[in-house]
Design a binder for this molecule. Structure first.
Ligand code: SAM
Length: 318
């Protein structure tokens, strides 16, 4: 097992590579996972409380209404692997409904934030074994070596984080989760659904500017961690709908021509040029079913809200 210093050094090097590579492309991009340093994770929690951000409160209500059915799918003494756990607030609804869960393994790239969330879960559920894992779930990583063999293994992937992955990454992720849970395993995934564009754009561009601060924070992170000199105030947040990919895209748009340097490399951007920082793909249930089937899962249940804004789906390893 790598210790915290090794993990941080590897993460820092991966971050440096991704930033230099992404900003050298004709269309500048940064992988969304780097939005989540400590500050980014805090800002994401603030976004979830914004009046325009319907996904979290809708998903929470669906979980509350169906906690018993979800607990039945996981079964007694389950080992729960949660991918992109973040603050794990919605997870508490599931954990409270489970029948004597065997172990809870929250997994997240934002290591310190994850540890603080794990402490909160331990305090609320003193009987529950909790083993957080700091990892990038888009690549292979080690699960704790001592997973109990009592109940089923169940993947939990709420928050519509699946929407941040393109089709190839989503399929690879679903196959990885399928390998993690093994034969007889199950999973529950939360997924934001297609809907009118105005509602979607507002959810990613709240009036109080929290999503803007979340997006711009990646530039502050580059400056701090890579010794760069990006003039953060020269960029504006923008949320756009891309009908071709069925995704809300987050961009950082240069307000005027800018030059900056990162790790000895100079970058220039024209006014209006953008850095594409996140995709949030929106699915319909049929499209999601095809995606999961291609990765070794069968969709066994769909739990949604009355307005069809959001869905949680129950999957069984096929
Ligand atoms: C959209 S938030 C969802 C948080 C929480 N699960 C919820 O439902 O509110 C995405 C979470 O996944 C984490 N994350 C994003 N990309 C990741 C990656 N590639 N590997 C591990 N964690 C990642 C982020 O740090 C963040 O906590």
């Amino acid at each position: 097992m790598l210790d915290k210093t090794d993990t941080e050094a590897l993460q820092r090097e991966a971050f440096r590579r991704d930033v230099l590579d992404g900003l050298s492309r004709p269309t500048k991009t940064l992988p969304a996972r780097w939005l989540y340093d400590d500050r980014g994770s805090e800002l994401f929690e603030e976004i979830t409380k914004a009046p325009e951000y319907y996904p979290t409160r809708t998903e929470t209500a669906i979980l509350e209404a169906n906690a018993g059915r979800i607990a039945d799918l996981f079964g007694p003494e389950a080992v729960i692997l949660e991918y992109g756990a973040g603050a794990g607030i919605k997870t508490e609804i599931v954990l409270a409904a489970l029948d004597r869960p065997g172990l809870y393994v929250p997994i997240d790239i934002s290591g310190d934030f994850l540890k603080a969330s794990a402490e909160r879960i331990r305090a609320r559920f003193p009987e529950l074994a909790v083993e957080p894992v700091t990892a990038d779930f888009t690549a292979d990583f080690d699960l704790p070596g001592d997973l109990p063999e009592t109940g089923r293994r169940g993947g939990f992937f709420p928050g519509s984080t699946i929407g941040n992955l393109d089709e190839r990454e989503a399929t690879a992720f679903l196959k990885r989760m399928r390998r993690h849970v093994g034969r007889g395993g199950v999973a529950v995934i939360g997924c934001d659904l297609k809907k009118d564009v105005a509602t979607l754009v507002a959810a990613y561009d709240d009036a109080a500017g929290v999503t803007a601060a979340f997006n711009l924070n990646i530039l502050t992170r580059i400056n701090r961690e890579l010794g760069a000199d990006i003039p953060v105030e020269s960029f504006a947040h923008e949320a756009r709908w891309n009908p071709a990919t069925s995704a809300i895209e987050m961009h950082l748009v240069a307000r005027h021509p800018v030059r900056f340097s990162i790790d000895g490399r100079t970058f220039a951007m024209a006014e209006g040029e953008t850095i594409h920082t996140e995709n949030s793909r929106k699915y319909d249930v049929e499209g999601l079913a095809l995606l999961v089937e291609a990765a070794g899962w069968r969709m066994d249940a769909v739990w949604s809200d009355e307005r069809g804004l959001f869905a949680l789906v129950g999957l069984v390893a096929s």
